[in-house]
Design a protein around this ligand. Structure first.
Ligand SMILES: [Zn+2]
Ligand SMILES: [Zn+2]
Length: 123
């Protein structure tokens, strides 16, 4: 399945603004949903992960312009094609696991790079 195309703006939090130089305010960051298209529940993107400890990954979840930041545990399901790779989404996520979700833009870029630089893509 293709990746969800939802985008949201995350304004810099107050404590980041407090640290910034007055005439160089940080801009809002763009959030791109990482879930598979057609999912239910709120959109989601991983903001940061501090070393894989339980609850160390902070996700932004949004719906109707309201963004919430939440520490969420990892999805424990492993990729059936590669037992060393766990799903890169959070536990209980809607829609497919990360290996079932493809980003069409990423795929198109990879195809173009493979066309221009075939020696880098030889198997
Ligand atoms: Zn989404
Ligand atoms: Zn998963």
């Amino acid at each position: 399945m293709n990746q969800c195309t939802a985008v949201a703006l995350l304004p810099p939090p107050e404590h980041v603004l407090a640290l910034s130089v007055p005439d160089r305010r940080p801009e809002a960051g763009h959030l791109l949903c990482e879930l598979g298209e057609g999912h239910d529940e709120a959109h989601a993107t991983l903001l940061w992960d501090e070393g894989g400890r339980p609850g160390s990954a902070v996700w932004a979840r949004w719906r109707a312009g309201q963004v919430r930041l939440l520490p969420l545990p990892w999805c424990a399901v492993r990729d059936p094609r590669n037992a060393d790779a766990a799903c890169g989404l959070f536990a209980g996520h809607p829609s497919g696991h990360d290996w079932e979700v493809t980003d069409p833009t990423d795929e198109a870029i990879t195809r173009e790079l493979a066309r221009r630089h075939p020696h880098l893509f030889r198997r």
